[in-house]
Design a protein around this ligand. Structure first.
Ligand code: FEO
Length: 138
């Protein structure tokens, strides 16, 4: 069974962003599964680096999209992204310091990120986007 599953409850309703969230969940699952299989540190590092890089790409894409729809909460959303990136970097540092498996705290953080950020914060721009389109389409 996967560590995290994509379910419709995570759907923000903006296709490009939903697809990127699915890729993120896939990378989180890859990391978890490699860790469970006691993969070598170098292999875990490769997946974690891919996750960090894709997270940066996703946040940049999302912020660009939010700008394009004049999302009023963009500034706050950007701050939250920065906080998530700092926390991710902290967890990455702890992993490197240990030179072993991925610390459990990393998975707690990824789980929280998914549940609190996508379900909570991202969902708000989905609602805004939907409402804006409705007004535009009359
Ligand atoms: Fe999908 Fe705000 O991250």
């Amino acid at each position: 069974m996967s560590f995290l599953s994509w379910t419709p409850i995570l759907q923000v309703g903006v296709n490009a962003m939903d697809e990127e969230h699915k890729v993120l969940i896939g990378l989180m699952n890859d990391l978890h599964s490699a860790n469970e299989k006691q993969a070598a540190h170098a292999d875990l590092r490769r997946i974690l680096t891919a996750l960090v890089d894709y997270t940066k790409k996703h946040f940049a894409d999302e912020e660009k999209y939010l700008e394009s729809i004049s999302y009023p909460e963009l500034a706050v959303h950007k701050v939250v992204h920065q906080q998530l990136l700092s926390k991710l970097a902290e967890n990455q540092k702890a992993f490197e310091a240990q030179q072993g498996p991925v610390p459990a705290a990393m998975f707690d953080f990824l789980n929280l990120w998914l549940n609190a950020h996508i379900k909570g914060i991202d969902m708000k721009y989905g609602a805004f986007s939907k409402a804006t389109k409705k007004v535009a389409n009359g």
